[in-house]
Design a protein. Structure first.
Length: 143
């Protein structure tokens, strides 16, 4: 998904963290990679409107993170592993209700194991609501 090496805390490589499949909190940020945001990351594809909407909504979330850093005079922010895991579980639970997860429906949206990693399983207004509702308790803020 990312063609260059990304190294986070304690030398953790994003390619290792994404070995099973790419995943990110709000499709944008990952635990162990403070202050790192991916626009058009995993599960950001949308089939019913412009991708520009998704990008703008991701930027709203990123701005919330930046304001949190500035407001707390912090050095770094990242989602907690629990928050990312719960978000990813919800994404794939919702994805399982779509035709994209049907066994006989193979496509570029899926990884080799059949997990849909390219598309968002809902409407853009749902994603906007999630990005606007910033949850500080879902994040680790380093001061």
């Amino acid at each position: 998904m990312i063609s260059y090496s990304v190294i986070g805390k304690n030398g953790r490589k994003l390619s290792c963290q994404w070995q099973e499949y790419p995943r990110a909190y709000l499709n944008t940020s990952m635990p162990n990679f403070p202050n790192h945001f991916v626009v058009t990351g995993p599960n950001t594809g949308i089939g019913h409107t412009s991708a520009i909407f998704v990008i703008v909504f991701q930027l709203i979330y990123i701005m919330h993170c930046i304001h949190e850093i500035i407001g707390n005079k912090a050095l770094a922010i990242e989602p907690s592993e629990i928050a990312e895991s719960e978000y990813t579980t919800m994404i794939h639970r919702e994805m399982s209700k779509t035709v994209l997860s049907y066994e006989q429906c193979t496509s570029w949206y899926q990884n080799a194991q059949g997990k849909v990693i390219a598309m968002f399983p809902g409407f853009t207004f749902t994603f906007l609501r999630m990005c606007k509702a910033f949850k500080p308790h879902h994040h680790i803020i380093k001061r």
